[in-house]
Design a protein around this ligand. Structure first.
Ligand code: KG4
Ligand code: ZN
Length: 359
């Protein structure tokens, strides 16, 4: 391992995570504790429950992350914690933990932008190899439960190229799963079932009159609701205490086909925006990250799209697609060299990535 050892802390939503990354971006340990079980009966993340769970999870996870990385607390040279965007109560727990540890150890504290951390996750490996070098210019597609954005990174700064105008891609997965009574979160189950169906009636591809590369997933959700009714699956909405999920093996073939159409539409929209992007600007390297980057169809199709368009497409190891502190530690390592807000950083529920200086 090479110095400095960076301790990463992630608590922006419903995963509590701690990780150790060394000075070359080797992931020495990455522990993620999912709170899905605590939130699933509500059909979504409950902020107060998330914050309290982070508080309980952090101390044992810190021990685990240090032991997993073969390190002691005194070996940590930098502490990095997610400062936003995310749920403020949840963010505050990890941010205060990170600041407290940094103050106690007398080492620098680096506040990390959660989306920048996702963008960097494809440069990391989970097999003990150092991180891949990040080139001066690259493009990033983030597809998660809260974000669907395209950014260009360059020495001049971070440029927002496109964003969803309504729902995020992962949010559409979660809403369709909820309507079809498949449980929460929806991405993994919809992905599995879609692969057992056949896409025969693709959904309409949304476009904007102004020619923008922006994305949209709410129309897809509405169209899916209408089609659910058409195949005799009564669309369900609003949970609390909702009905237990439909067992996967009882999924009717027509629903499997509908989910295949839905999944095809999500990936086709991403391909469409990327194809239009490479017509107007060079994209030598594309990083694809966020929870939806775990999707099996996306993981086949976007690298194939890249080969066809001369774009190197980097995907994170599956373990680093969910919210995790390894990506936070790596983002912190890269930002540690430049003076920043440090211990003064507040928790920010909203925080445009393009407001950050180049790194
Ligand atoms: O990045 P992430 O863990 O949290 C946010 O920062 O939002 O992403 C979670 C999202 C959820 O919407 C979940 O349904 C989706 O990622 N997801 C998937 C898959 N696995 C997780 N979506 C599609 N296919 C998957 N295999
Ligand atoms: Zn995330």
């Amino acid at each position: 391992m090479t110095a400095p050892l960076v301790l990463g802390v992630e608590t922006s939503c419903d995963e509590t995570s701690l990780a150790l990354v060394d000075g070359e971006g080797r992931v020495l340990s990455s522990i993620v504790s999912s709170q899905v079980a605590a939130h699933e009966r509500y059909g979504g993340v409950v902020p107060e429950i998330a914050a309290r769970a982070h508080l309980a999870n952090l101390p044992p996870l810190l021990e685990e992350a240090l032991a997993g990385g073969g390190a002691r607390l005194a070996d940590v040279g930098v502490v990095a914690a997610t400062a936003g965007p995310g749920l403020v109560g949840a963010l505050l727990v990890g941010l205060c933990e990170g600041k407290g540890l940094a103050m106690g150890l007398g080492v620098p504290f680096v506040p990390v932008h959660h989306i920048e951390a996702h963008c960097l996750s494809p440069f990391l490996a989970t097999d003990g190899a150092p991180a891949r070098a990040v080139p001066p210019e690259w493009t990033a597609l983030v597809v998660s439960g809260g974000h669907t954005h395209l950014f260009a990174f360059s020495p001049a700064g971070i440029e927002l190229l496109a964003r969803t105008r309504d729902d995020a891609a992962g949010e559409a997965y979660d809403k369709v799963a909820k309507m079809a009574a498949l449980g929460y979160p929806g991405g993994p189950v919809v992905d599995r079932l879609a692969r057992t169906g056949t896409s025969r009636h693709p959904f309409h591809l949304p476009h904007f009159k102004d020619g923008s590369l922006d994305l949209s997933f709410s129309g897809l959700k509405t169209a899916a609701r209408d089609r659910l009714a058409g195949i005799g699956v009564a669309p369900r909405s609003g949970v609390p205490g909702g009905a237990s999920p439909r067992p996967e093996d009882e999924t009717p073939p027509a629903l499997r086909d509908l989910l295949a159409d839905f999944q095809e539409a999500v990936v086709a929209q991403l391909e469409d925006r990327l194809t239009r992007l490479v017509r107007v600007r060079p994209v030598p390297l594309l990083s694809v990250s966020g929870g939806v980057a775990a999707n099996s169809l996306l993981r086949e199709r976007l690298p194939a799209w890249g080969r066809a368009h001369g774009v190197e497409v980097l995907l994170p190891p599956r373990a680093l697609t969910v919210d995790n502190a390894a990506m936070v530690a790596f983002a912190g390592l890269r930002r540690a060299a430049a003076p920043g807000e440090g211990l003064d950083a507040p928790a920010r529920s909203r925080w445009p990535l393009e407001s950050l200086p180049a790194c």
